[in-house]
Design a protein around this ligand. Structure first.
Ligand code: COA
Ligand code: AMP
Length: 644
């Protein structure tokens, strides 16, 4: 760690905690306000206080209009690159403004008003970004649903958010297939109790959808009509504490968990991060190889790069297979990307296909200044491999859907700190991070515990869950009074650097996506032949973890175990979606339990991952663990394909 960088970081972090109002009011100068906040922080409001109370602003104005006003109109705002369709498109800030103004007008024509919810179910196309910004422009609250979710998941989100309209594309394109979104949307709307008034459908030539008269409108026709009639609308004034979006994330079972993002704090935190964490300057190219369906996509494909006047790359493709493991390097070279942000799983996939980096050789990667990783633990092997390939700083940083931006990282804009591979760096400003024992007492450096953030959370983090304030308190604030529980386990080293070891709840991380094993268990329990089940995350060389389900059949079931396993896999794909990557279902005679009836998932995981394991003293029948081990050794196949 260079002493100067360390001293500078410590000074910034200390000031953010000692004088939060001073620190964040200075950061808030990066934002254009219609009315300045009355209070930077008001501790008596909400569950733990609210940021920038009384402030009025508009997220779309800050991301788009102001840059056109400042003369950036001809600069690329979005560089759309879609190897899956063979399409590229450069959208300037001026064009972006035209599209967003017009779409905002269309939304108004469809009856959408400030505070109304709009569900967006779209792949990585520029229209999806226009849609998010158009909502922000009129003060409507968007809720983007990732395309890899099944109809039932979409329906649950529609019921919870109760949108006035849904904006969707007719299809998404995966390397191995075209995913028909429109039929999935139709099915979701049949399942949902809430019925949106209108759907605006972007017809993609690869697979147009059937429009339902009276409900569905054609996107292109509506756009042309609105353009012809100059139907654009201007930015609405929005309160800093009013929501910009709702983003659903895996909780445990039951009703989906809608993370609410307020407007003012979020924009301030993102603007701070672009400069101080990612060291980006206006006009430079930022590429977050994620999806707009995830928080990383919301924050670092859409809002932050545009707020900062950067150019964002919108990549509709994969790290491998579109067409090969050189895809990332091609994009960096072609658009002169300064900073790439991706999940370690993507790099593991590249490393597996091209360990020697032969596909990298033809490209000029000299524009690239840093690579940021998040979404799951960055294994040191992958970090070292990519450092060797690129010769630039590789920064692991840790965050959650709930926080909206990094909790810990390496703030390159302040000065690069030395960080060991395996550690996610130091806490960002405003985050007072502590590692606690079960009783809620801080543990010394070197000891693993529950990572918690002392309240208040900094700007940008969730103030509550959509229409579930009690669940917000119960889930995050109750176990450790005075703290936000991250549900991650971790450890500080002597130098104050944090390592994240994994979740303390039933969430697993599959290819950087957050999946609840409890939710999969709920689906498996609904398979008619299944009496009991347990799902654990098992190690996977590319995806980090994949879910593995153990099924105990009801007595008297005549179906062959393989048949039930196949049905179980199909059911999870049908109900949750392909994103769960659930391919491993194993019928077993019984599940290992403690004498009090608790399923020993932790021990099962150790057995599956070939880690050392011991028989828990409280186990009901020790022989069950050997049975599980034998079943795992003989890992079955699904549809004739080996699954692990
Ligand atoms: N719409 C519809 N289906 C989708 C989808 C989308 N937007 N995204 C993924 N899927 C499907 C995939 O086609 C796949 O289906 P399959 O079971 O029929 O093959 C399934 O969901 C799992 O997808 P994915 O997890 O992407 O696995 P993959 O094997 O297709 O690709 C990686 C593996 C590592 C290349 C890929 O997961 C990846 O690039 N991950 C990066 C993760 C990331 O960006 N995370 C965000 C946090 S930074
Ligand atoms: P999501 O809300 O989908 O962004 O997932 C958040 C979870 O992903 C966190 O709670 C962690 O468990 C995990 N995670 C995210 N970033 C990292 C990281 N850099 N290192 C380890 N785990 C991470």
């Amino acid at each position: 760690m260079t002493n100067a960088a360390e001293a500078a970081y410590r000074a910034v972090h200390a000031r953010s905690l000692a004088d939060p109002a001073g620190f964040w009011s200075q950061a808030a100068r990066a934002i254009e306000w219609i009315a300045e906040p009355r209070m930077v922080f008001e501790g008596t409001l909400g569950a733990y206080g609210r940021w920038f109370v009384g402030g009025i602003l508009n997220a779309c104005h800050n991301a788009v209009d102001r840059h056109v006003d400042a003369g950036r109109g001809q600069q690329a705002a979005i560089l759309y690159d879609s190897p899956v369709t063979g399409t590229k498109r450069r959208v300037t800030y001026s064009e972006l403004l035209g599209e967003v103004r017009t779409l905002a007008g269309t939304l108004r024509d469809m009856g959408v008003e400030k505070g109304d919810r709009v569900v967006i179910y779209m792949p990585m196309v520029p229209e999806a970004v226009f849609a998010m910004l158009a909502c922000a422009r009129i003060g409507a609250i968007h809720s983007v649903v990732f395309g890899g979710f099944a109809a039932a998941e979409l329906a649950a989100r529609i019921d919870d958010a109760a949108p006035k309209v849904v904006l969707a594309a007719s299809c998404g394109i995966e390397p191995n297939r075209v995913v028909p979104y429109k039929p999935l949307l139709d099915q979701a709307l049949k399942l949902a109790k809430h019925k949106p008034q209108r759907c605006l459908i972007l017809q993609r030539p690869q697979l147009p959808g059937e429009l339902m008269p009276g409900r569905d409108l054609d996107w292109a026709a509506a756009r042309d009509h609105a353009y012809a009639g100059s139907r654009g609308v201007e930015c609405a004034p929005v309160g800093a504490t009013e929501p910009l979006y709702i983003l659903y994330t895996s909780g445990t079972t039951g009703r989906p968990k809608g993370v609410v993002r307020d407007t003012g704090g979020y924009l301030v935190a993102l603007a701070w991060s672009m400069e101080a964490l990612y060291a980006m300057k206006p006009g430079e190219v930022f590429w977050s190889a994620s999806d707009i369906g995830w928080v990383v996509g919301h924050s670092y494909i859409v809002y932050a790069p545009l707020l900062a006047g950067c150019t964002t790359v919108l990549y509709e493709g994969k790290p491998v297979g579109t067409p090969d493991a050189g895809a990332f390097w091609r994009v960096i070279d072609e658009y002169k990307v300064r900073v790439l942000f991706t999940a370690p799983t993507a790099l593991r996939a590249v490393k597996k296909e091209d360990p020697a980096g032969l596909l990298r050789a033809p490209y000029d990667l000299s524009s690239l200044r840093a690579l940021f990783l998040a979404g799951e633990r960055a294994d040191p092997d992958t970090v070292r491999w990519v450092e060797g390939q690129l010769g630039i700083p590789v920064v692991d940083h840790w965050w959650q859907t709930e926080t909206g931006w990094a909790i810990a990282g390496n703030p390159l804009g302040i000065g690069k700190l030395d960080v060991e591979p395996g550690s996610t760096g130091v806490p960002m400003p405003g985050y007072n991070v502590e590692v606690l024992d079960e009783a809620g007492h801080p543990v010394p450096a070197g000891h693993i515990g529950s990572v918690a953030i002392k309240l208040p959370l900094p700007p940008g983090c969730l103030p509550t869950l959509w229409q579930q304030p009690d669940r917000f308190r119960e889930t995050y604030l109750e176990e450790f009074p005075g703290y936000y529980k991250t549900a991650d386990a971790g450890v500080f080293d002597e130098k104050g650097r944090l390592s994240i070891m994994g979740r303390t709840d039933d969430i697993i991380n599959v290819a950087g996506h957050r999946i609840s094993t409890g939710e999969i268990e709920e689906v498996l329990a609904g398979v008619p032949e299944v009496a009991e089940c347990a799902v654990i995350g098992v190690h996977d060389a590319i995806k980090g973890e994949v879910p593995c389900g153990f099924l105990v059949l009801k007595s008297g079931v005549s179906a062959a175990p393989e048949e039930v396993e196949r049905a179980a896999v199909a059911q999870v794909r049908e109900q949750i979606g392909p994103v769960a990557a659930f391919r491993l279902a194993l019928v077993v005679g019984r599940l290992p339990k403690t004498r009090s009836g608790k399923i020993l998932r932790g021990t099962m995981k150790k057995i599956a991952d070939h880690d050392d394991w011991t028989r828990p003293a409280t186990i009901e029948d020790p022989a069950v663990l050997e049975e599980i081990e034998a079943t795992l050794k003989a890992r079955r196949t699904v549809d004739g394909e080996k699954v692990a």
